[in-house]
Design a protein around this ligand. Structure first.
Ligand code: ADP
Ligand code: MG
Length: 682
C-alpha cells in the first residue's frame, strides 16, 4: 500500500538512477513528487487535419504511419529517422534527429498522435522531433501538459508520467491544511482536486480554481506562522528605558534631522519604552540618512545603561561607520570600538576585553561581532545595516549574545507594498521617505561604449573642478569557477592611469584585497587624495564620499536594477550636481528597458517594483532578503486581494483556536514551512 511518505522508487519506471536525479529536485517521497508543481503549461489540446496545418502552427495530428521509418547516418553524430504519416486529408513528413530508437518504436500501419511545430508549405508539410504518443493515450498530447523545472537525468515526459502515477496513488490521501469552514466560506476547492488540476488541468478555468486554492493555502499558512511568531514575541518583556532625553545628541549634530528621520527616532524611542524587545525595520532610500537614526538609538540605549552593537555587511562599511560615528559618540562621552575579522590578534583581544568588562559601550563591526568568543557585559541593542546582506542565522546569533536585545534593522532595499503587507505582520516598520535638504537629482544617462572617450573627457572636467569619480566594472568570468574581479578592476585602473589620465591619481579596490589595503584606499579616496576609484561592487552599499559626483558603471546590464540604484546612490551625497553614466553595449531589449528605467527615475521604490516586474519575484523573494519562507505558488506581488483574504482567515482561525488544537494538519504544515526558514525575523 503506497502512502505519502513512500519512496519515489516504488513508482514504475523510477529506479536508483532516476531517484538520485529526483533527489536533486528535493523529490524523495510521493508527497514531494505530487507537491512538485509545474512552472508553466503547454496547451496541446488542439487537433488538426493535415490539410489544415499552416506553417508555424503547433498542433496535434492523429495519423497513421504509411511506411516503415528509415534510418540514415548523415555523418558522425547525425542520425536521421524519417517517415511519412497520413490522415484522410493529406501526408506529413516527420524527421527525428539523433533519436535512432524511433525507427523501432514506430510501426507502419499503426496510429499515433504527433505534436509539434509545422514546417514547410503547400503540399509538403513536415514536423521535426515531434512529441509522439500511441493512439488513445493522452498523457503528453491532446491535453494541457505541465512543464516542470528539470534537473539532469530527468526528462519532462518522465516527470509527467511519474507525477501522474503519484497522483493516482495518493491524491485521496493528501491531508487538507485548510479547515473545512474556511474552505467553504471562501469557496475553495478540495485539496485532491487542486493537486490534480494544478498538474493536469482540464481547462484554464479548472487550473485557475486549483491555483486559487493553493495560493490561498500557502498565504494562509504563511500568515498563521507570522502571527504566531509575533505572538511569541509579544509575551517577551524587558526593562523599559527611562531616559529618553536626546537633546545632547541632537545638539552635537552638524545638521538637524529631517522630519522623516525624527519620526523614525520617535518610533524607536516608543519601542524602547514599551517594555518589550523592539523589532523594527527602518527603511529609507539610499542617502536618506538612516545612520543617524541608528546613532540616536545607540545613544539612547547607552544612556540607559546598555551596550549597543552595529553590524555592517562589509569591512569597508564597518570602518566607515566607525570613522563617522566614533567621534560623534566620543564627543558625547561614549566609548566605541571597531571589531572586524581583519584586526591584528592583539587589538582584537583588547577589544574583546573591553566589551566584556563594559568599558566599551558600542561595538561597530562586521559579522566578527557574532563570533563565538565575543562576549558583552550587557548587550541591549543590535543594529544591522543593510539587512538584506545578512543571513537570518547571523542576526539570530547576534541577538543571542544579549538578553533579548532590541533589534533595529536598516535597509535601503525598498520592500514592495505587497511584501511589506506580509512582513508587517512581524516587524514594525519606519519609512524614511524624504531625503536631507539640498539634494539634487542625479542625472543618469544610458550610453554605449562608443561614448567612452566623451565620458573620459567629462570625468576630466569634473575632476578639474575639484570633484571625484567612481568607475564600477563588473567581474569577468574567466574559465575558472570563481570569477576573478581583480583582473577586471585592476586592469581597467591601470589602463586609465597610464593611457587616459596619467596626471591624475587612479586607484582600485576589489573584493579580494586585504581589508587593510581596501581601507587605506577608501580612506584616501574619502580624503580627496584619489581622483578616480575603479572598483567592483564593493562600494555598492553605504559608502559615503560627498565630494564624488560621477558614477560610471561599465557593463551596466549585468546588474540588477536595485543594485544599480544602490551604486548610483554613492554619488549625489553632497552639495554638488552629480551624474551616473550607465555604459552597455548589450542590445537585448529587456536590458535596454531596464537601463531606461534607471535614466527616468530616481525613486528607489519605483525601481524596485520595476525590477520585480522585469525579473520576476525569484530574486527579490529569495529567503536571504527578507527571511520569509520560500513560496511555491503564490506571488506576493500579484495576489494582493487573495493575500488579504488569507490573512483575515488566519486571524479568524487563531482567534478561535490560538494553539491550532482543532487542526493539527494546519499546525504541522506551518511548522514545516517555517522550519526551512528558521525563526526568521527575530
Ligand atoms: P543612508 O540612508 O544611505 O545610510 P547616510 O546615513 O549614509 O544615508 O546619510 C547620507 C548622508 O547624508 C551622510 O553624509 C549624512 O551625514 C548626511 N545626512 C544625514 N542626515 C542628514 C540631515 N538631516 N541633514 C543633512 N545631511 C544629512
Ligand atoms: Mg547607510
Amino acid at each position: 500500500m503506497l502512502d505519502l511518505s513512500t519512496d519515489v522508487r516504488y513508482i514504475k519506471g523510477i529506479g536508483e538512477q532516476r531517484a538520485k536525479a529526483l533527489a536533486k529536485l528535493n523529490i524523495r517521497t510521493l508527497r514531494d513528487l505530487v507537491s512538485y508543481f509545474p512552472r508553466a503549461y503547454d496547451d496541446r489540446r488542439e487537433y488538426q487535419k493535415i490539410r489544415d496545418l499552416q506553417p508555424e502552427d503547433t498542433a496535434c495530428v492523429e495519423v497513421m504511419i504509411a511506411a516503415a521509418p528509415t534510418l540514415s547516418r548523415i555523418r558522425q553524430g547525425l542520425e536521421l529517422v524519417k517517415l511519412r504519416a497520413v490522415d484522410e486529408t493529406g501526408a506529413l513528413d516527420v524527421t527525428f534527429f539523433n533519436q535512432a530508437y524511433m525507427k523501432d518504436q514506430l510501426h507502419a500501419g499503426e496510429i499515433y498522435t504527433f505534436f509539434g511545430k509545422v514546417e514547410g508549405t503547400g503540399r509538403r508539410k513536415s514536423m521535426s522531433n515531434p512529441v509522439v504518443e500511441r493512439e488513445g493515450s493522452r498523457v503528453v498530447t491532446g491535453r494541457i501538459v505541465p512543464i516542470y523545472p528539470l534537473a539532469a537525468g530527468i526528462s519532462q515526459s518522465l516527470l509527467i508520467k511519474a507525477v501522474g502515477q503519484g497522483l493516482q496513488a495518493c491524491r485521496d490521501l493528501l491531508p487538507d491544511p485548510l479547515p473545512s469552514d474556511i474552505q467553504q466560506s471562501r469557496q475553495l476547492c478540495r485539496t485532491g482536486y487542486a493537486y490534480s488540476q494544478i498538474h493536469f488541468p482540464d481547462s484554464e478555468e479548472t487550473l485557475a480554481i486549483a491555483r486559487r486554492r493553493l495560493v490561498f493555502e500557502e498565504m494562509f499558512l504563511l500568515a498563521i506562522g507570522l502571527r504566531q511568531m509575533r505572538g511569541r514575541r509579544d509575551v517577551l518583556t524587558c526593562q523599559p528605558y527611562k531616559n529618553m532625553d536626546l537633546s545632547d545628541f541632537y545638539g552635537s549634530l552638524p545638521f538637524s534631522l529631517t522630519g522623516a528621520q525624527r519620526r523614525a527616532v520617535e518610533d524607536v524611542l516608543s519601542d524602547f519604552s514599551a517594555g518589550r524587545p523592539m523589532n523594527r525595520l527602518v527603511q529609507g532610500d539610499v542617502g536618506s540618512g538612516k545612520t543617524m537614526v541608528a546613532a540616536a538609538a545607540i545613544f539612547c540605549a547607552v544612556r540607559n545603561g546598555a551596550q549597543a552593537a552595529l553590524m555592517a555587511p562589509t569591512e569597508i562599511l564597518a570602518e566607515q561607520h566607525c570613522r563617522g560615528l566614533a567621534p560623534l559618540l566620543e564627543g558625547l562621552g561614549i566609548s566605541s570600538l571597531l571589531l572586524t575579522g581583519a584586526m591584528p590578534a592583539r587589538t582584537r583581544r583588547d577589544a574583546l576585553a573591553k566589551l566584556k568588562s563594559g568599558e566599551a559601550r558600542v561595538a561597530i563591526g562586521t559579522h566578527a561581532l557574532i563570533s563565538a568568543d565575543v562576549e558583552y557585559e550587557h548587550l541591549g541593542l543590535v543594529v544591522t545595516d543593510e539587512q538584506h546582506r545578512f543571513g537570518v542565522n547571523q542576526r539570530a546569533a547576534l541577538s543571542a549574545k544579549g538578553e533579548r536585545p532590541h533589534l533595529l534593522v536598516m535597509s535601503a532595499t525598498p520592500i514592495p507594498r505587497t511584501l511589506a503587507l506580509m512582513i508587517y505582520g512581524d516587524l514594525d516598520v519606519s519609512v524614511i521617505g524624504e531625503l536631507p535638504p539640498g539634494r539634487q537629482k542625479i542625472d543618469t544617462f544610458a550610453v554605449t561604449g562608443a561614448y567612452r572617450q566623451r565620458i573620459y573627457r567629462f570625468l576630466g572636467k569634473e575632476i578639474a573642478a575639484g570633484r571625484q569619480a567612481y568607475i564600477i566594472c563588473s567581474m569577468v568570468e574567466e574559465n575558472d569557477a570563481v570569477p576573478d574581479d581583480r583582473k577586471a578592476a585592476a586592469g581597467y585602473a591601470e589602463m586609465l592611469q597610464t593611457k587616459v589620465f596619467p596626471e591624475l591619481r587612479v586607484a582600485c579596490v576589489h573584493g579580494r584585497m586585504k581589508a587593510r589595503e581596501k581601507d587605506a584606499i577608501m580612506a584616501s579616496f574619502a580624503a580627496g587624495e584619489i581622483h578616480i576609484l575603479v572598483s567592483t561592487t564593493v562600494v555598492e552599499v553605504g559608502v559615503d564620499v560627498p565630494n564624488a559626483t560621477v558614477m560610471v558603471i561599465e557593463d551596466a546590464e549585468r546588474f540588477g536594477l536595485s543594485q544599480l540604484h544602490q551604486l548610483r546612490g554613492r554619488v549625489g551625497r553632497g552639495k554638488h550636481k552629480s551624474y551616473c553614466i550607465l555604459v552597455s553595449d548589450n542590445k537585448n531589449e529587456e536590458a535596454q528597458a531596464r537601463l531606461k528605467v534607471m535614466a527616468q527615475t530616481g525613486d528607489g521604490f519605483k525601481i524596485a517594483e520595476e525590477d520585480l516586474r522585469l525579473r520576476g519575484p525569484g530574486d527579490f523573494f529569495g529567503q536571504r532578503q527578507h527571511g520569509l519562507p520560500a513560496l511555491k505558488v503564490a506571488d506576493l506581488t500579484c495576489d494582493v486581494a487573495l493575500l488579504k483574504e488569507a490573512q483575515a482567515a488566519a486571524a479568524e482561525l487563531l482567534e478561535r483556536d490560538p494553539n491550532l488544537e482543532s487542526c493539527p494538519v494546519t499546525a504541522q504544515r506551518v511548522r514545516e514551512m517555517f522550519e526551512a526558514g528558521g525563526d526568521t525575523l527575530n
